[in-house]
Design a protein around this ligand. Structure first.
Ligand code: ADP
Ligand code: MG
Length: 260
C-alpha cells in the first residue's frame, strides 16, 4: 500500500491512498441558460473509490462525461495523471483509452459477440494481436463471471451479464480509471448484486473508480468518499459513514430522506 497523502484543500478527508490521478479545478459548464457544472473542484487519488450521488439533473453524468471528454467544459481544467485533458486529436484518444466508461444502458456493440466486444478496442486502438487480445479478454470475462458466454451475442445475455461484459470491456484497455454512471439502474433487482460484487472486487484490487450510484450498500462498503451533488455543485464531500449518518446540508438531508 502506498503511503497516505495529506488532504488537498478541497477535501476534509485526511487518509489518502495514493497520488492524485484525476484533478478537477474550477470546472464550469452551461447548457444554454442551465448552469450544469458550477465551480466543480475535486481530486481523485490513485486507488480511490469515489461515489457520486445526488438528485436527478444535478450534473453527475455531465461531470463523468466531462472527465472522459465526451462533453466539453466552458472553463476550468481536468487533468488525468498530470496531463490536462486535450480537446481533440491523438492526445485525446490516448487519454480516453486510459479512462474506462460504463453506462447505465450497457452500450455493447449489438452485432458483435461478447468476446469481440471485449477485444475490439485492444486490437484497433492498442494494436494487440487477436490471439493476445482473445486471451486477455477470456481472462477478464472469467473475472466477471461470464466466460461461458463469450461466443454469444449481447442480446442473448441477461442485463446483469451484459453489464459485466461492459465492465470487462473497459478493463481490457488497462484503464487508469473507470467511470461507472449508474451501472445498475437499468437492471432488474435480482441482477444488481452480481454487478455490484464485480465492482467491489475491482475496488479491493485497487482500481480507481468514480461511480454514480444510489446503491447505498455499495457506497458504504466500497467507497472511500462520497460526493453529493445538487444543482451543479458539489454540496458535500465526506466519507460514506460521515455522509450517511450525519449529512450536513439540508439538500443532502432531504435527498437521503427520500432514498433511504
Ligand atoms: P444527472 O446525471 O445528475 O441526472 P445530468 O448531468 O445528466 O444530471 O444533467 C444535468 C442537467 O443538464 C439536466 O437538467 C439535464 O437535462 C441537462 N442536460 C444534460 N445534457 C444536456 C444536453 N446535451 N443539452 C442540454 N441539456 C442537457
Ligand atoms: Mg445521470
Amino acid at each position: 500500500m502506498e503511503p497516505a497523502q495529506p488532504a488537498p484543500a478541497t477535501s476534509n478527508i485526511s487518509v489518502r491512498r495514493g497520488e492524485p490521478l484525476v484533478v478537477v479545478e474550477h470546472v464550469e459548464k452551461h447548457f444554454g441558460d442551465l448552469h450544469v457544472l458550477n465551480d466543480i473542484n475535486t481530486v481523485v487519488n490513485r486507488g480511490e473509490v469515489v461515489v457520486v450521488i445526488g438528485p436527478s439533473g444535478s450534473g453527475k453524468s455531465t461531470l463523468c462525461r466531462a472527465i472522459n471528454r465526451l462533453e466539453t467544459i466552458d472553463s476550468g481544467t481536468i487533468s488525468i495523471d498530470g496531463i490536462a485533458l486535450p480537446s481533440e486529436g491523438a492526445a485525446l484518444a490516448r487519454l480516453r483509452a486510459d479512462v474506462g466508461m460504463v453506462f447505465q444502458s450497457f452500450n455493447l456493440f449489438a452485432h458483435k459477440t461478447v468476446l469481440e466486444n471485449v477485444t475490439l478496442a485492444p486490437i484497433r486502438v492498442k494494436k494487440r494481436s487477436r490471439k493476445e487480445a482473445d486471451a486477455k479478454a477470456m481472462e477478464l470475462l472469467d473475472r466477471v463471471g461470464v466466460a461461458n458466454q463469450a461466443k454469444k451475442m449481447p442480446a442473448q445475455l441477461s442485463g446483469g451479464q451484459q453489464q459485466r461484459v461492459a465492465i470487462a470491456r473497459s478493463l481490457a484497455m488497462n484503464p487508469k480509471l473507470i467511470l461507472l454512471d449508474e451501472p445498475t439502474s437499468a437492471l432488474d433487482p435480482e441482477m444488481i448484486n452480481e454487478v455490484l460484487d464485480v465492482m467491489i472486487g475491482l475496488a479491493k484490487d485497487g482500481m480507481t473508480m468514480i461511480v454514480v450510484t444510489h446503491e447505498m450498500g455499495f457506497a458504504r462498503k466500497a467507497a472511500d468518499r462520497v460526493l453529493f451533488m445538487a444543482d451543479g455543485k458539489i454540496v458535500e464531500e465526506a466519507t460514506p459513514a460521515e455522509f450517511f449518518d450525519n449529512p450536513q446540508s439540508d439538500r443532502a438531508k432531504d435527498f437521503l430522506s427520500k432514498i433511504l
